[in-house]
Design a protein around this ligand. Structure first.
Ligand SMILES: Nc1ncnc2c1ncn2[C@@H]1O[C@H](COP(=O)(O)OP(=O)(O)OP(=O)(O)O)[C@@H](O)[C@H]1O
Ligand SMILES: [Mg+2]
Length: 323
């Protein structure tokens, strides 16, 4: 039988509408049953989960040929529960999801849901992840436009490509993520001689202003200084990302270590040493510690293992900086 903890988590995730977590726990249940020798039951649980997940997947669209390679389409499977941030920050994301889901209700009162969002913050703090979580929560595909690539590859044609992408938004519902956005969002005064960037930025401002699609438009950057003031007005919301504080570091480490965490794990040194690391760095560090535990057959990860992984990472950085 499933453990009491698993059953409680399963029920909780259902009521919290944490679908991805619900699936994960269901699959853990299947694994648990398989281990007990109940392979038919394990198989049944896995089939039910697979079937339901397939049903909920949106159909992926095919972009016109000239946009292929520029726009990456995926169906992320990351739910809100794995995203770590302050309570206020999570509430802002919840608000975006809520308004999107209830857009008809808002429309009937002449109001529009938030759907043009600017994400600003240091590397590895969850900007791209936010776009993935939103796509997953809203059950729509994520289309990522690598803006720096668009600009360098199509110098001279960037505005035309942008128009095609904005045209697609009308037809193909999705989250459109303009990643590395400062490649065009740079202040217009910092322009090059030919004025290409100024034209591209003006085009983007015009497209985003005129856009009335149902798609969600997200622009992400880790360089707020470069962003033109004119841009801020065009977005319905601006979210600022920060490196994780102590509470968030703890939550993140707990999440990533999961069942690998040793029962006598102590926190003080780990929380101190991990200060200043981004979410992504902490994520990698914990995964390093887990890999090590698997490879050395230690099975569990204690604070020493995490500290060692943090120091190894810091030493690699130091080595790189000194080169
Ligand atoms: N807030 C977060 N909560 C949980 N995990 C996170 C968070 N932020 C980052 N991560 C982890 O780090 C990985 C990389 O983060 P992400 O790509 O979202 O960073 P980013 O802010 O887009 O960075 P960049 O500016 O370099 O593009 C994620 O896939 C996830 O595993
Ligand atoms: Mg990113």
């Amino acid at each position: 039988m499933a453990t009491a903890e698993q059953l409680k988590s399963l029920i909780r995730s259902h009521f919290n509408e944490e679908e991805e977590r619900f699936y994960t726990i269901a699959l853990q249940l299947a694994a648990h049953e398989a281990k007990q020798g109940h392979s038919a039951l394990a198989y049944d649980i896995r089939s039910i989960v697979d079937m339901e997940r397939k049903k909920q997947r949106p159909v992926l669209l095919k972009f016109p040929k000239e946009l292929q390679g520029l726009v990456l389409t995926e169906e992320p499977q990351i739910g809100r529960s794995s995203f770590v941030a302050s309570k206020q920050f999570i509430e802002r994301i919840n608000q975006v999801v809520l308004e999107y889901r209830q857009q008809e209700k808002l429309k009937s009162h002449g109001l529009l849901h938030r759907r043009k969002i600017l994400l600003i913050g240091p590397p590895g703090t969850g900007k791209t992840m936010t776009a993935k979580v939103l796509a997953h929560e809203l059950r729509i595909p994520l289309h990522t436009i690598q803006v720096d690539r668009l600009v360098t590859k199509f110098m001279g044609e960037t505005s035309a490509k942008l128009r095609q992408i904005f045209d697609m938004m009308q037809e193909e519902h999705g989250v459109y993520l303009f990643d590395e956005f400062d490649a065009i969002g740079g202040e217009r005064s910092l322009d090059n001689d030919v004025g290409e960037m100024r034209r591209v930025l003006n085009a983007f401002l015009q497209f985003i202003e005129q856009d009335t699609s149902d798609s969600m438009i997200i622009a992400a950057t880790n360089n707020p200084k470069l962003l033109d003031q004119a841009l801020f007005r065009r977005f319905d919301d601006v979210l600022y990302y920060k490196k994780p504080d102590e509470v968030q570091r703890k939550q993140l480490i707990e999440n990533v270590l999961g069942t690998f965490k040793a029962s006598n794990f102590t926190w003080n040194a780990v929380l101190k040493e991990s200060e200043g690391l981004s979410h992504a760095e902490i994520d990698h560090t914990c995964l390093d510690a887990i890999k090590n535990a698997i490879l050395t057959d230690t099975k569990k990860v204690n604070e020493q293992a995490v500290l060692e992984a943090i120091r190894n990472r810091q030493n690699t950085h130091k080595g790189l900086n000194e080169e």
